[in-house]
Design a protein around this ligand. Structure first.
Ligand code: ASP
Length: 332
């Protein structure tokens, strides 16, 4: 009897396995290129086309990893690198200027099931800060390195491409800095509307694992080594085995709301769906505090949420059924 049971069990395991082999588990990918106060009239038609194309390239880079059975971690890294290299987004090339006319870049990455995480803040010569954040995660005993220390760590990692500080310069960001400085009436650091274009990605891989990543130049005209939410695990980036989030918005509020973690915690503790949890934080808690912005999130079933409470959020997605798209404004 016992033997029959074992044989039956083995047979079930084999047939189960062959089903799994025939039909790989669904994957999903969602990316953002920042949320902010924008309207159609602000962006030339040609730039809109190029932004959609860059978002699409980022999706393709992430999907190339996922479709081969690669990890969510590799997929979000690949997608974010594409967005960092595009001058249209406030991350890597095209990062906003700080008050001194330089660029200080922040990034973080997290793998859900292992809870591993890495982050860098205020780096100035690293072409792709997301790759350095990942190096921190995989090749240091730490989670977060900042400023000169992060640069010194980068010196020890041969895979990290370094650039001259002016690599990050772009005329349109310089114009934004000049405008922000002309408008500055008080000693306060940047307020709403002075950011836009932080990038991020969240992926679900074939193994059922989730990873999230975020990279930014922060806020235009920032001072005093200001650091926002993007490199802070729990605020701008978070992942568990059930949920992954990358945020974009007025970082001070995302830090105080521990926004990315709150979305995952609402699912875990309250039993909220992904959509309910993301909506409660982005359209409820953050605006109630006085902040604004958006987030991308996905769960282990490949459900995707992309809420934002601003005029627009650059975003793109590939759902488990393979359908994909990019969008910028509300209702797109
Ligand atoms: N959250 C970023 C920061 O505060 C800015 C952004 O999302 O655009 O640094």
């Amino acid at each position: 009897m016992r033997l029959v049971y074992l044989v039956l069990l083995a047979g079930f395991a084999m047939s189960h396995d062959s089903v799994a082999r025939d039909k790989p588990a669904a994957t999903a990918l969602v990316i953002h290129g920042g949320a902010g106060v924008i309207s159609r009239a602000d962006i030339p038609e040609q730039d809109l086309d190029e932004i959609h194309a860059a978002l699409d390239r980022a999706l393709t880079a992430g999907e190339a990893v996922l479709s081969k059975g690669g990890t969510a971690l590799d997929a979000v890294t690949a997608a974010v690198v594409v967005l960092e290299d595009s001058p249209f987004f406030n991350a890597g090339k095209g990062a906003v200027y700080n008050a001194e006319g330089g660029h200080e870049l922040d990034a973080s990455i997290m793998e859900g099931h292992s809870r591993r995480a890495g982050a860098v803040a205020g780096v100035t010569t690293v072409r792709n800060p997301i790759q350095l954040a990942r190096e921190v995660m995989e090749h240091s005993p730490h989670v977060m390195l900042a400023g000169e220390g992060a640069e010194a760590f980068a010196d020890t990692r041969s895979s990290i491409v370094r650039v001259a500080r002016d690599y990050f310069d772009t005329p349109h960001r310089l114009q934004q800095l000049r405008k922000a400085q002309a408008e500055q009436k008080s000693a306060a650091v940047s307020g709403p509307g002075t950011y836009f274009g932080t990038v991020g990605a969240v992926a679900l891989d074939r193994h059922g694992h989730i990873a999230a990543a975020t990279s930014t130049g922060g806020m235009t005209n920032k001072r005093w080594s200001r650091v926002g939410d993007s490199p802070i695990i729990g605020a701008g980036t978070y992942a568990t085995e059930d949920c992954g989030v990358s945020g974009t918005g007025w970082g001070e509020y995302y830090i105080r709301a521990v926004a990315a973690h709150d979305i995952c915690a609402r699912m875990a503790y309250r039993g909220d769906t992904l959509a309910q949890a993301a909506d409660a934080v982005i359209n409820g808690h953050i605006p109630r505090l006085g902040g604004d912005g958006g987030a991308i999130a996905l769960d282990r079933h490949g459900n995707i949420a992309m809420p934002f409470n601003t005029g627009g959020m650059y975003r793109g997605w590939i759902k488990p059924d393979g359908s994909r798209g990019t969008a910028i404004f509300k209702g797109d």
